[in-house]
Ligand binder design. Structure first.
Ligand SMILES: *Cc1c(COP(=O)(O)O)cnc(C)c1O
Length: 404
């Protein structure tokens, strides 16, 4: 099936890939030839792009591009060191102050990515005497952070606050710290975490409350302030993580909270201590993005208008967009549940051939038997583009027997 490996040491990797090929879930990376835009070219083919996290179209906004270029001319392309050695530039501090003001918190620390923000924060705040209560569908970066912390991990059923409370009770008399953690928006189903109820539970049991707002940043709350703002829970969530890589259009992650939380992370979070800080261009572009969030809330309105229209039409056509055996989306993340991994990948490829880019997602990213095409709307898709995508989705799905 595949070439035999030159060296036997890695033969098990080849075997694992062969297994994926046999199951039909092996994939090749699709290569973007131009900008991350509503219509663009992947692998030389023009497609309506419903696969990116570029919710507000900021990844190629001229103002972000200009800010990045200007910062590069002034400050160069690299920061030259990790933050704690010599790599903290004024522009890094300005970005952190800007995000803290935006999120209405005392302080903020920016990491290289949302992944490192989660992993770095969770693993440094908790230790091996402690307990982490984590939603079963939380993001991989939370899971990795939890494992690195060596705390005991107690997983509660998805959004099941009663189950979370049961677990909190079980460990209530243990001396260790407890952390309750949830995604603000779950990345594969698009449903919203019960941040209000979990924060109330955390309060009741004296636990630390943490939210990962990667998909809520720029999408939920006033001007995209996130799930804590959406639920009116300011001051009730101890650790707020966000990303700069999705709606903000650039790259990076951040943690928001008290001055002491951030100072502690400056001293203890390993990705902060041991990995180089952002190029000045990234920090400058992120700052320009936060200005746009404040000045152009209409982008977020367009995002939600597109979302309501598109999801409504998919339901009318008879697609399973979640809500039966999987959670129902409440955000622009739009799963089309197919179930079988092979069929899902075939559907994704057929859509691509017909000019629609929608990523197929199978095990282990989602549970076995719950493979799906995941589509994400942006504020920049036009009605005509969405109509064309809907027509293609329906036509291809009928041809493949996905729709009756
Ligand atoms: C994308 C994502 C992250 C990681 O963010 P990056 O900035 O891309 O590293 C973390 N948590 C969730 C829930 C995500 O969806």
């Amino acid at each position: 099936m595949s070439q035999s490996p030159a060296r036997p040491q890695l033969a098990h990797l080849t075997a694992a890939l062969d297994e994926l090929r046999a199951k039909g879930t092996y994939f090749k990376l699709r290569i973007l030839d131009d900008q991350q835009a509503p219509v663009c070219h992947y692998d030389g083919r023009k497609v309506i792009n419903l696969a990116s996290n570029n919710y507000l179209g900021l990844a190629n906004d001229p103002r972000l591009i200009e800010a990045a270029l200007e910062a590069t001319r002034k400050f160069g392309v690299g920061s030259g060191a990790v933050r704690t050695i010599a790599g903290t530039m004024r522009i890094h501090m300005e970005l952190e102050e800007k995000i803290a003001r935006f999120k209405n918190v005392e302080a903020c620390v920016v990491f290289q990515s949302g992944f490192t923000a989660n992993a770095g924060a969770v693993s440094s705040i908790l230790g091996k005497e402690d307990f982490i209560l984590s939603d079963e569908l939380n993001h991989a970066s939370i899971i990795d952070g939890a494992r690195l912390s060596r705390a005991r991990i107690l997983v509660f059923r998805h959004k099941d606050t009663a189950h979370c409370e049961e677990l909190l009770k079980e460990v209530a008399n243990e001396p260790g710290h407890k952390l309750v953690i949830t995604d603000g928006v779950f990345s594969m189903d698009g449903d919203i975490g019960p941040v209000d109820k979990l924060a109330a539970l955390a309060e009741k049991y004296g636990a630390i409350m943490m939210v990962d707002d990667a998909h809520a940043s720029g999408v939920l709350g006033r001007n995209g302030r996130g799930s804590v703002d959406h639920f009116g829970m300011h001051g009730k969530v101890d650790v707020q993580v966000g990303t700069l890589s999705k709606a903000i259009g650039c790259l990076g992650g951040y943690v928001c909270g008290t001055r002491d939380l951030i100072d502690y992370l400056y001293h203890r979070a390993r990705p902060f201590l041991f990995s180089t800080s952002h190029p000045p261009a990234v920090a400058a572009a992120c700052m320009a993005a936060f200005d746009i969030l404040e000045q152009e809330p209409e982008r977020i309105e367009r995002l939600w208008t597109n979302t309501r229209y598109f999801q409504g039409e998919l339901k009318r056509a008879g697609f399973n967009v979640g809500g039966v055996t999987t959670p129902a989306s409440e955000t622009p993340i739009t799963p089309i549940i197919i179930g079988d991994g092979r069929k899902t990948m075939e559907f994704s490829r057929a859509l691509f051939e017909e000019g629609v880019m929608g990523t197929g997602i199978a095990f282990p990213t989602v549970p076995e038997g719950k493979a799906r095409i995941r589509l994400i709307l942006t504020s920049e898709h036009t009605k005509a583009q969405l109509e064309q995508a809907l027509e293609t989705l329906e036509r291809v799905a009928k041809k493949m027997g996905i729709l009756g």
